[in-house]
Write a new protein. Structure first.
Length: 167
């Protein structure tokens, strides 16, 4: 799903309709098979993935996220020294918004079953906070002086969590 969200962001969301995404299901199935999934498993995951991508395209936040922005990059590879250690990182999506804020966003394409959604999201934020803090530190190490906001985006759930350095 990351590969397709990256592709859509690079090509422009306006060029992708739900019909075009659905027409890509066979290609997604083959990609998943090349990664070692069995035929039936690849087909099911591809179908699920197509629905997730369609949800992102129909979601206002999703369209904003993959839309055009200044200094936008997807699957952005970055190497930096953080706390004395060399880190090789790949940021799902980063850009500068109209207010001049740098965003570092991690896509989470899984779902949630059972339990409280609010508790799940709170737990996920704490689980992935160190990862997004490393992303922000790596960008800061390049000399970036602007505000950096971090976010997790769950297109399958239509959920978005964001925070800044002080939160």
């Amino acid at each position: 799903m990351h590969q397709y969200l990256c592709r859509i962001a690079n090509e422009g969301a306006a060029n992708w309709t739900p019909e075009r995404v659905r027409a890509s299901e066979g290609h997604i199935t083959e990609l998943l098979r090349s990664l070692g999934l069995t035929g039936p498993e690849a087909a099911q995951r591809a179908a699920d993935g197509v629905e997730i991508i369609c949800k992102a395209l129909s979601d206002e936040r999703g369209r904003w996220l993959i839309g055009p922005h200044k200094e936008a990059a997807t699957e952005f590879a970055l190497t930096a020294v953080i706390n004395g250690a060399v880190e090789h990182l790949v940021i799902d999506r980063t850009f500068v918004d109209e207010a001049g804020v740098r965003w570092v966003v991690d896509y989470k394409t899984g779902g949630h079953e059972g339990g409280s959604l609010a508790e799940f999201l709170k737990s996920e934020k704490e689980r992935y906070r160190p990862q997004l803090e490393r992303y922000a530190a790596a960008i800061r190490a390049t000399g970036e002086g602007r505000e950096i906001r971090r976010a997790l985006y769950y297109p399958a759930l239509g959920e978005w969590m964001e925070w800044s350095e002080v939160e």
